[in-house]
Design a protein around this ligand. Structure first.
Ligand code: PAF
Length: 301
């Protein structure tokens, strides 16, 4: 692994790789790496000749200053995790090099806050979109910049941020870059909690309760065999909202569901009937507050 901080150095390395006809895989991250990120990096190492992992907390995708300030920054530990992964899968990797790109905000945005704005139509009018104004445009700006610098053949994104994948798919259609988008499955803790950098902020009591989100979604997937869409939606929201009344919730903690939507897997538009989902089926996407931490998760139907 080689750490690169300057955009020009990354461009130079990419240029040399392209001259040799090497295939490049990009894994964009905001650092605070966990097994979920490592699974993306591992896949990229197995499918490409050169892998670029970016670690950059992108200020323009945060619409809440406190959230940006609280975002965990663990760069030394992150680089160590990447090195260990490289060692661990050395014999299975196709890639002969990994570049960890760790730019400063100035390096990414030398002209100050970017003016460009992206729109994604109906995809951003649901779920995270209205609740986090400007978020997806901020994601698109940084991802496009990373695409321009790394010029990848493939780009790897985790399915936990399901709506983000739809946004990137749409971005690629808008900018017409021939990059293969590779969505990767969620990695979960043994108790089912979806791994997330935000889990670090859960108190021990909240961490103990959080797996109920996935357990509820799994039950919802079973209910979908015989219940209507609206009934499944209502059941998930009620089950989590009343969890503390029925279970021994540690420290009296409560789930506060923000939304649970059942949408078409590609268009992300809410469906009223299971038959309305297209060929990739339906996905349930949830955002829940627990002890001051906002958790998201998905279930495929
Ligand atoms: O998913 C994330 O961690 C971020 O949104 C991304 C794609 C790295 C852009 O900053």
């Amino acid at each position: 692994m080689k750490q690169i901080q300057k955009a020009a150095d990354l461009q130079q390395a990419v240029h040399e790789a392209k001259d040799k006809g090497l295939e490049i895989g990009l894994v964009p991250t905001m650092g605070a790496l966990h097994e979920g990120h490592l699974s993306l990096i591992e896949r990229a190492l197995k499918e490409n000749d050169l892998v670029v992992v970016s670690l950059f907390v992108n200020p323009i995708q945060f619409n809440n200053k406190e959230d940006l300030e609280k975002y965990p920054r663990t760069i030394d530990a992150d680089l160590e995790l990447i090195k260990n992964l490289e060692l661990r899968i050395k014999n299975e990797a196709k890639a002969s090099a990994l570049l960890a790109f760790t730019p400063t905000v100035n390096e990414m945005y030398p002209d100050g806050e970017p003016k460009e704005v992206y729109h994604f139509g109906p995809i951003e009018e649901v779920m995270e979109g209205p609740r986090r104004p400007g978020h997806f445009s901020g994601v698109a700006v940084v991802v496009r910049r990373l695409f321009d610098l790394a010029q990848p053949h493939r780009a790897y994104f985790g399915e936990k941020d399901y709506q983000q994948i739809a946004v990137i798919r749409n971005l690629l259609e808008q900018i017409k870059y021939p990059i293969e988008l590779v969505p990767c499955p969620i990695v979960r803790a043994d108790d089912g909690l979806a791994l997330s950098s935000r889990n670090m902020r859960l108190s021990p009591a909240a961490r103990q309760m959080a797996p109920a989100i996935n357990a509820t979604l799994e039950q919802a997937a079973e209910m979908a065999e015989y219940e209507e869409v609206d009934d499944v939606k209502e059941w998930v929201l009620d089950t989590l909202a009343s969890y503390h009344e029925i279970n021994d919730s540690p420290n009296g903690l409560k789930f506060e569901p923000e939304y649970f939507e059942i949408v078409d897997a590609i268009t992300l538009q809410p469906i009223a009937d299971w038959d309305e989902a297209g060929e990739l089926g339906a996905v349930g996407c949830i955002a829940v507050w627990l002890d001051g931490v906002r958790l998201i998760d998905i279930v495929k139907f």
